[in-house]
Design a binder for this molecule. Structure first.
Ligand code: DGL
Length: 263
């Protein structure tokens, strides 16, 4: 890939902005087309066939933009639809699960280490993370569906009593992991809360993992000073815009280096 690089980012809603944030910091792309299926979020409670159908519809959308690579920021899509998307797409398609697992292999060398995978109900049910981790030799893996965190983040609740109670509810009986996969677009936004609950645990963030993966597998370098972003939502783009402002553009570095072109 030598010309100006254009990436499509697909998520079930606004959560994929956490991955966009990492991509913006990496300066990999000249242009990003973001598609959030806000009319049908959450995907994490839907079944496999529905997730694949919605993903193929998103693929049709991206075919209009002459993108070089499609990144499925959504873990749920990455768990169920990545093979089908790869089969049908005329461009490269990368999910977040394989990069997340590679990030574990880079950070955790002990194969007996306790790895905790968190995600939506659908992602956990797919066992995709666990299978890939087992293929890499890890043998002490636990999984926990933690879908309430999606609702909390959607409600802009990033801490406080409800968050503490939800952490307690999900993790009270879980032995402290050596590494924890935040296997959902929304979870990096409550990274501090995870870390508060599990001190010293290594947290794996999909956005950071994909940046590393793109560097290693696509030889991408941070050569763009500015990334133009076009956001598209299947419903209520104004809400997506508000969230993008709060999650992405709050950061003064990003505000200077990247202009939000269009919603
Ligand atoms: N984007 C989804 C994921 O990363 C979380 C929200 C949803 O359930 O659609 O799995």
């Amino acid at each position: 890939m030598t010309k100006q690089l254009k990436a499509g980012i697909f998520d079930s809603g606004a959560g994929g902005l956490s991955v966009v944030k990492s991509l913006l910091e990496a300066n990999f792309f000249d242009e990003i087309i973001y598609y959030g299926d806000t009319a049908r979020v959450p995907y994490g409670i839907k079944d496999k066939n529905t997730i694949i159908r919605y993903s193929l519809e998103a693929l049709e959308f991206f075919k209009n933009f002459n993108i070089d690579i499609l990144i499925t920021a959504c873990n749920t899509v990455s768990a169920y639809a990545i093979e089908e998307l790869k089969k049908q797409a005329p461009f490269d398609v990368v999910g977040v699960i394989e990069p997340g697992v590679l990030a574990v292999t880079e950070k955790i060398k002990n194969k007996n280490a306790h790895i905790l995978v968190t995600g939506t109900n659908a992602t956990i049910k797919s066992k995709k993370y666990t299978k890939l981790l087992q293929e890499k030799g890890y043998n002490n893996i636990s999984e926990k569906a933690t879908g309430l965190f999606v609702s909390l983040v959607e409600e802009q609740i990033f801490g406080g009593k409800i968050m503490d109670a939800t952490m307690e509810y999900y993790f009270n009986n879980i032995k402290k992991p050596d590494a924890l996969i935040m296997g959902c677009t929304h979870f990096p936004l409550i990274k501090n809360e995870y870390q508060k609950f599990f001190k010293d645990t290594v947290l794996i963030h999909s956005g950071e993992a994909i940046v590393q993966y793109l560097k290693e597998n696509f030889n991408l370098t941070g050569k763009y000073q500015k990334t133009n972003i076009k956001y598209f939502a299947t419903e209520n783009p104004e809400h997506l815009k508000e969230i993008a402002k709060q999650w992405l553009f709050d950061d003064s570095k990003i505000l200077q280096e990247n202009k939000c072109q269009k919603f």
